[in-house]
Ligand binder design. Sequence first.
Ligand SMILES: [Zn+2]
Ligand SMILES: [Zn+2]
Length: 283
Amino acid sequence: MPSQPSPRVRELLKVIEKLEPLHTELGEPVKGDWLDQHYEPGQTFAEYLDSNPTTPRAPRRVIYIQPIGAFSKPQDAIIKATAGALQAYFQLPVKVGNTLPESVVPSSARRRHATLGLEQILTGYVCDNLLLPALPDDTAALIGLAATDLWPGDGWNFVFGQASTEDRVGVWSIHRYGDPAASDAAFRKCLLRTIKTATHEIGHMFSMLHCTAYECNMGGSNSLEESDRAPLALCSQCIAKLCWAIGCDPVARYKQLAAFCRKHDLDAERATYARLAGALFDR
Ligand SMILES: [Zn+2]
Ligand SMILES: [Zn+2]
């Protein structure tokens, strides 16, 4: 950070101060957790500013979602709702492309997993051969959202998703997030999982590293169980990074996110966003 912080940086440092008490410091990792198995240094707001981050500056302001494969009606509803969540979370326009049939992925880039018996598609093919050649000039991030399971190459069983921090493309699958048709609760769980993954990975695309300080959406995750435990909300350091990257007003963003969560019955998340907005009112 420069010795004389800009007015915007000073404003965001005040935001950190107000929000810090509302976030829970990360405890000792449970066996098998991401931080139990990986050493990571974390990243403060100041370190983020020093890293010359990639940010969605004009004209690269649009987040695109490209569905790939055969989705059920409830899964289509998840994609539509996720677009709304991303708009509120990143305060950027979000566009959903027409669904591509799974046949756009040739047999050379798919396999049937020997023991799991699952059809899987290769992440590298989707990113390099489908998404990159079709990247619009105004893209901040282009996400391929697959109906089938994914694998990143030899030696891997599967992967939830994969993103390039330089090429603005990434791919995720909703295959492992449960059947949203099973019940209203299953729908909400699938929606929350899809939103958490998409927002976390797009955060990486805007140069945000894993958070090691607080319970935070930018924390690393080794399993569905670990990411289910993590909150959707960003901690005080990470929200300052995101607000700096996208140039947003944090209160307006929290209010929009609370409204989104109310609409989709995500009660705990709605309450969190309302509390965070409240803490900034007397700024
Ligand atoms: Zn990550
Ligand atoms: Zn954080």
